[in-house]
Design a protein around this ligand. Sequence first.
Ligand SMILES: O=C(O)[C@@H](O)[C@@H](O)[C@H](O)[C@H](O)CO
Ligand SMILES: [Mg+2]
Length: 402
Amino acid sequence: MRITNAYCIVTSPGRNFVTLKIVTDEGVYGIGDATLNGRELAVASYLNDHVIPCLIGRDPQRIEDIWQYLYKGAYWRRGPVTMSAIAAVDTALWDIKAKVAGLPLYQLLGGKSRDGVMVYAHANGRDIEEALDRVDYYREKGFKAIRVQTGVPGLDKVYGVQKGEAYEPAIRSAAPDETLWATEPYLDHAPRLFEAVRDRFGWDLHLLHDVHHRLTPIEAARLGRSLEPFRLFWMEDPTPAENQEAFRLIRQHTTTPIAVGEVFNSIHDCRELIQNQLIDYIRATVVHAGGITHLRRIAGLAELYQVRTGCHGATDLSPVCMGAALHFDTWVPNFGVQEYMIHSAETDAVFPHAYSYADGALHPGEAPGHGVDIDEELAAKYPYTPAYLPVARLRDGTMWNW
Ligand SMILES: O=C(O)[C@@H](O)[C@@H](O)[C@H](O)[C@H](O)CO
Ligand SMILES: [Mg+2]
């Protein structure tokens, strides 16, 4: 079996996505997600200019060898652009292998470890009342786990809050939107939010919260402690994680479980966090962490330390990534939860998929491969449009973490 053709499809059905398609001499093809929010064309160029020419003629069944070839062969290791490109190739190759076998991908990974993949929804509101309404909305839809975010008094726009059905932080424009951040009102407000959620909905729901890297370690420690009475499932990205040791400080002060990893792209980004048991959930996912092949390695390390998975699943991770992630989630022994930010109808139409939602869980479906396809004709109707995540500054103008 040989790879005869490979190409990137860049499309924008509501938001930008990059998809790699690998075609073989036997007519079987596979697809992989290569979307890196706000830096989409960098990955497309990395694939088109540097990876695809090296793939033509190779045996697509040699997934591990191709992974090692792209990782070691670039000489320049790791990094989001490289690892997203490798992930796209890896995902497409697993798709091909499973299609050749005539099996859903989870069967090749080791079969089902569970009947469904518990997912969490993202409920948000400009204030506590609005957020409570959204929690109720997702509860009615059967979600067992809900992440709750609100506006912060005195701040105009903050991460995670937007009017309307789906949350979509990337804004179509030539440069990022500028927003304002202040830590003190947030630290006061967050416990009030969770007190209100528990008062209204009781203790049956798993509640999550995304700090989105906006606190220093000691501030995160204070937040974790103030949220303890409301028994969160997790506090996400409490502080930037380039310095893994920083999490020790948070850990020393609070029993609120900690989740991190949506911006990680390799096992080395979380090795100390896992080995020192500084976190409870690792949130790396297929597209940004080197594909199924590398994510399996991260999960294997995490399993040794009782750290569970919680794959990132925002709207910028395409349905192709979601499909692959659901096969991984169905198999992985140390599964925790899967994020599920619902894609727009336009996105779903471009990416027909076998996965489905029922009663708080997603199911990958039984289609051979990862079960997600791309309608190229429809995709061509949505040309790429530059879009960026916002940036944040403190009140005095200092650049902060969004
Ligand atoms: O947990 C999450 O879903 C977030 O942190 C994302 O919305 C994140 O901001 C985006 O995926 C960035 O591309
Ligand atoms: Mg997050």
